[in-house]
Design a protein around this ligand. Sequence first.
Ligand code: CA
Ligand code: CA
Length: 520
Amino acid sequence: MNKKWRLIHGILFSLLIFLAAVSGVKAEFFNRQNDLPEQDFVPGELLVKFKDMSLSPGPQILQGPEAEAVVAKLPAMNRFVLREIGGRTVRAFPQIGVIRVKIPAGGSVRRAARILAESGVVEYAEPNYLRYSQRFTAADIAVGPTEALAPGLFDIPTRVQPAPAQAPDQPVPATETPDDDDFPRQWALDNTGQEINGTSGAADADIDAPEAWAVRINGMNATGGAAAIAALIDSGVDYNHPDLKDNMWQDENGSHGFNALNDAADTRDPMDNEGHGTHLAGIIGAVGNNGLGVCGVNWQTRLMALKFMDVEGVGSDADAVECITYALQHKGDSRMVMNISWGGENFSRALHDAMAEARNAGVLFVAAAGNNSRNTDVARFYPAGYNLDNIIVVGASDQRDARAFFSNFGPRSVDLFAPGVNIWSTVIDGDYGFGTGTSMACPFVTGAAALIWSKDPSADYRTVKKFILRGVDKKPAFRNACVSRGRLNLYKAVSKLTGTVSQPKATPLSDPSIILRLLR
Ligand code: CA
Ligand code: CA
């Protein structure tokens, strides 16, 4: 019945198109509708899912004639509608039934999407939306309501916070301090109140990394390992950086990842020419304790570079879907966490479906909450805002455990906070630099997930997420700002693997079990 209805609908629709074309009103009819602003999506491109497309069981990236062959197998009406918009298939992702379509230069994406939707043969047709890196720069505050904060941007008057109350009989956790030269600049890992980039911090407003690294699991310190892959969907990674190269993932041909911005198979080099991805890579996994530069959350790990962002820090949904697909193809039996330090306001079904597909493969995503200083429970930000349980959404905190003023928040839409101001890490050309933004907060959590997985590959993503969210330091600044009400604490999260988190001891006389033991 459905097919017959679709056929009738199709015939009527074709007739309408034909009549419109003959009478020469087609263009005018559609042009009356407003297009989206051009900067929101890639001009002349759509992501389309045809109802009749058969899905492949595994991840696939098809291009050129292979992609066209997928479309050639579709029923005639599907191909007719595609021809009607002048659509050319440039990619197919048959595991989620999505094709990437280019229309002729100057064509209206909105109009093409409507023709496809009205044809009744597509499940969805959407513009190829743009996503933006969430590094915060001085330029961002030149406009908008935060302008007044520009001078001495992060130099908020010091409110000295007392060290957290500890029960006097609680054992102080052991610490493991790496010998990397710049470790004292990494306040996020160990905050002694030191002045960083002109701003002084509060002692212990940090993720307790030295304590985490001293946690013993199976006779080894929890400093990282090779069991998990941390994939960065970003601007690429400077994989030759002396502080990163030993921790890069590589395939059998020596490639460190994938570049979705280039079409030819021999130009898939994921080298970073922007710096954003390299900065995040250092936060997750700069080689630790090598007497050089910075120390990652993981001293040893495997970083996969997936490039979809240009030098402006802008990427598209189609390229992100391609990166996710590549990562799934190369995941093997490893655990995988993907870092998403970018986003935008538009909802994309294709990107959602790719992330849901990765969920089926046990992949965890860690996404930046965004830098718009707003409540994302109300004004959504994607992909952080997708309703998928394999995403952890991270806002940015500062050196004094306050919410960074630029950070998005949301009692339901943001999961936790992590340090994202004045973060010192690796940059391109073998160098180091500061970065600020929810972009920088995100990889601390990605690093935490990789660290937990490196010590227990049998854990699933739900367990890893639970450990991270239950292991936060609860602070007033985050109480109404996120689900967990706290900021990442690596030590507490990792300790959940062993049950070694020290609990304050009960006073002897109030604990009957102790009296019983004394009596024995
Ligand atoms: Ca600490
Ligand atoms: Ca180092």
